[in-house]
Design a protein around this ligand. Sequence first.
Ligand code: DAH
Length: 363
Amino acid sequence: MENNITDIIKKAEELVFCFKKEIDNINDLKDIGLIRTKYMGKKGLFTSLLRSLNELNKDKKALAGKALNNMKKEVEEKINFHHELLRNKLLNDKLKKERIDITLPGRPINQGGVHPISKTMDEIISILGTLDFNVEEGPHIEDDYYNFTALNIPEYHPARQDHDTFYMNGSKKKKLLRTHTSPIQIRVMKEKKPPIKIIAPGNTYRCDDDATHSPMFHQIEGLVIDKNISMANLKWTIKELLTAFFNVKELPMRFRPSYFPFTEPSAEVDIGCSVDSGKLIIGKGKDWLEVLGCGMVNPKVFDNCNINTEVYNGFAFGLGVERFAMLKYGITDLRMFYDNDHRWLKHYSFKPTGFPNILKGIL
Ligand code: DAH
């Protein structure tokens, strides 16, 4: 039986030596558990050696016990230390692998909204779409010819002065930023044969900037050309548009004689309204609000586009999108549309998912 004190201590030193070699090769946390059981468990190598001290006499037992207990402590400390080291190393590796660049822009959730101008445009397009109007577009940089001359606004015509035009420098063909969407009428008439039934929404530009004017604004143009078109067709179309847009069943309308060079006769349309404790109410009332311009297409414009006035006639209208948006959504300051004030946008913008649909209701 092994009961020599030096042999026991020697054996213990060998165990410690083997243990140190083993633990230095461990890279997995579960192997730490295994090595702990192997040496320090109930039936572990070190524990068994300690138990064998019982066979020694009292003095030798005390002597060897002290030496072995010191070694046991060293082994335990080493296991704990290695355990901690390995845990930190694995955690750092994991963090390195899952590293995210916190300087990347975040993904906002439900932050964006539809601008009231876009919403108003979509609504008007949707209403007129159900009346079979097709959407057309034209260039923002226009020729003087399309923007003025072909629309019966020749040079030195006083209407040119009203338009506060942005002219482009150095262009031979007198280029300008379109002052209205009416030139799209000309482009469509020159390109397509009647019958024509179009709307042209888009940006327009005038050199004007104050509380009620912006250098860039939006219009929607309408044009219908066919045989036997009359003022009655124009009136019906405008009434359909306005009652659907303002969501009122009874909307008094007034066609006030006016003047536009490209229509003859021309009219401005007013709708009934009232003011109740500072709030504008569209519909029956004793006040009137001007909302758009319109008329029967001037035969001179047809001539410029080679459309036979013996066979065809038509009507046209033009409206300001900002004005429609302000009236419907109670917006009082035009400049706020373009300020990008986050608080204003949050209040006045619309859910991106709510597309206007005349069947479900435009509201
Ligand atoms: N182009 C006109 C403007 O900017 C608006 C307009 C009036 C367009 C009457 C039309 C129309 O088509 O018939 O002031």
